[in-house]
Design a protein around this ligand. Structure first.
Ligand code: SAH
Length: 521
């Protein structure tokens, strides 16, 4: 038997362990490789410091085991974690061991690997962004900087202060001008600063404490070697935090980019359909918000295409096509393509697009809208057509199954022949994502955004009206426009934020203004 075969048997009968660095907190800071490995796991052992949102990336049905250690109180001893890893792997599982930051930086990943080696279990280690790199970056503090410092040290701050002889080279850390990052050092901060001062680091050396770095909860406290311990005591500054010592800390004043963003620390729920939420979510995240996705609408093809198909076959006979949404554009063109047709089939029609997003969607099919009404409500479309004479003209209005009758009704009233086939259907999902529900229940959501009446009504129907109202207590309600606001009020919700213009950009701007005013008061 060759070694080759033996290795293969190995892998199938003994399972496999991925040691994955989960990064410092922002779930986007795990590597692509880490994500791929996690997606293959049958068992996940995760830590206190690994953001549990990442658990969503594990396959459904994977066994999730909390191997947490909280602030020094070890719920499980390290040897128990090692044994559990070995046991789960020997049972033939693919095990993902998800650890905060990087496994090999104060993560005891080396010990876990030693246990795996001893048990003959194959493993792979996926590096992660360690807190010393991630949290400093999100605090706007470069670890090295030309002309300021040329070196950086990562040091444990966990060493027992009573220890007679230290294993830490205090002199080396104090005499140079290198940046020093202490992990697990908040409790020992008075001793740490004292040691650095005693060994010659100047008292005015700037120090930053960064707690829950890279997360919406990030807190930063700035001081000097002389006063930071007292400042931390006064502010009751607690773990988990790193302590950064060195002149680079001063760069935060200019380079701060994360915790000064207008929506930093705010949690905003986005209730649009999953396929449409992306852009708005991205926008809110860039403004610093923590976004909870909560799709209340699922867009699907309609049950029956007959009306739409008939309209498509007669496209040459229409004078106008009116698109009032991104979805209408996507589903109309999908159907056109289904029939082997493309944009050229529209050559005889003029095109009306409601709202810039709809116009942009049309542009991706090479269509420039002839008419983009200034007002993005149905009334705006009606007003724009009222200025023309459309008597006897044929107007096609591909729409969603829940669209109001305003546009076809009013245009028909002006003498047009209107066809309003259903191009797509709106479904209400049965539930909202568990994480979003939990955030609402735990009162962690500052604001819920509603971008159409359906988002309001659907959320109420998914949660049940009473529960909905209960969960929305104390939450700021942001609506894209008056129609949506009206739906909120009909359900008994107070509306706090509504932009003058009915766009997502305007809604985001209004959110900024609202929370800035709140902060100021
Ligand atoms: N392996 C981890 C470190 C584990 S030791 C890593 O590479 O980051 C635990 C210590 O890490 C904490 O006491 C704290 O000092 C630091 N830490 C971890 N995550 C942090 C975060 N998001 N912000 C600040 N400090 C953090």
């Amino acid at each position: 038997m060759t070694t080759h075969t033996r290795t293969q048997t190995h892998a199938t009968t003994r399972g496999f362990v991925y040691l994955i660095g989960a990064g410092p907190g922002d779930p986007g800071l795990m590597t692509v490789k880490g994500r791929d490995c996690l997606a293959r796991a049958q068992v996940v052992l995760y830590d206190y410091l690994a953001n549990d949102e990442l658990l969503r990336l594990a396959p459904k049905g994977a066994e999730l085991i909390y191997a947490g250690k909280v602030g020094g109180e070890h719920n499980r001893e390290q040897h128990q974690i090692n044994e559990l890893l070995v046991e789960k792997a020997l049972a033939g599982n693919v095990v993902a061991r998800l650890k905060g930051g990087d496994s090999f930086v104060f993560g005891r990943g080396g010990e876990e690997c030693e246990a795996l080696v001893a048990a003959g279990i194959p493993f792979e280690v996926v590096p992660g962004i360690t807190a010393g790199v991630g949290a400093t970056c999100y605090a706007g503090i470069p670890l090295t900087h030309r002309g300021i410092t040329t070196s950086v040290a990562f040091v444990t701050g966990h060493e027992s202060p009573g220890k007679a002889s230290s294993e830490i080279d205090w002199e080396g850390l104090s005499l140079g001008s290198g940046t020093v990052v202490f992990y697990m050092g908040i409790r020992n901060l008075p001793q740490i600063t004292q040691n650095l001062l005693l060994h010659g680091r100047p008292p005015q050396t700037p120090v930053a404490l960064i707690r829950w770095g890279t997360r919406p909860e990030q807190e930063v406290l700035i001081g000097t070697l002389a006063d930071i311990a007292e400042k931390a005591r006064q502010a009751s500054f607690r773990a988990p935090a790193i302590t950064v010592v060195g002149e680079v800390v001063n760069l935060r004043e200019t380079l701060r980019w994360f915790d000064n963003r207008p929506l930093f620390g705010r949690s905003v729920m986005v209730t649009r359909g999953a396929d449409q939420a992306g852009e708005f979510t991205g926008q809110l995240e860039r403004l610093g918000a923590r976004v909870y996705g909560c799709p209340t609408i699922r867009i699907t093809p309609p049950d029956c295409h007959d009306d739409l198909d008939r309209a498509i076959m007669e496209l040459g006979g229409f004078h106008w096509i009116v698109f009032t949404s991104y979805n209408a554009v996507q589903y109309f063109f999908a159907r056109l393509s289904h029939h082997g047709l493309d944009t050229r089939a529209l050559r005889n029609c003029r095109v009306c697009a409601v709202g810039p997003k709809t116009a942009a969607a049309l542009a991706t099919f090479g269509v420039r809208a002839d008419l983009v009404p200034a007002d993005y409500k149905a009334q705006g479309v009606v007003a724009a057509f009222a200025e023309m004479d459309i008597t006897g003209q044929r107007v096609l209005f591909p729409r969603g199954d829940r669209a109001a009758e305003t546009i076809p009704g009013e245009l028909a009233g002006m003498g047009a022949q209107v066809a309003a086939p259903i191009a797509y259907a709106n479904e209400t999902p049965e539930e909202i994502p568990a994480e979003s529900l939990r955030a609402l229940e735990e009162r962690r959501v500052d604001c819920v955004t509603f971008t159409s009446s359906s988002t309001v009504n659907n959320l109420a129907s998914i949660l049940g009206e009473n529960r909905f109202l209960h969960l929305m207590e104390g939450v700021q309600v942001a609506c894209i426009g008056p129609v949506t606001s009206k739906s909120c009020r009909e359900l008994g919700l107070e509306v706090h934020i509504e932009p003058a213009q009915y766009t997502l950009d305007a809604l985001a701007a209004e959110l900024i203004g609202h929370f800035a005013a709140k902060r100021a008061s």
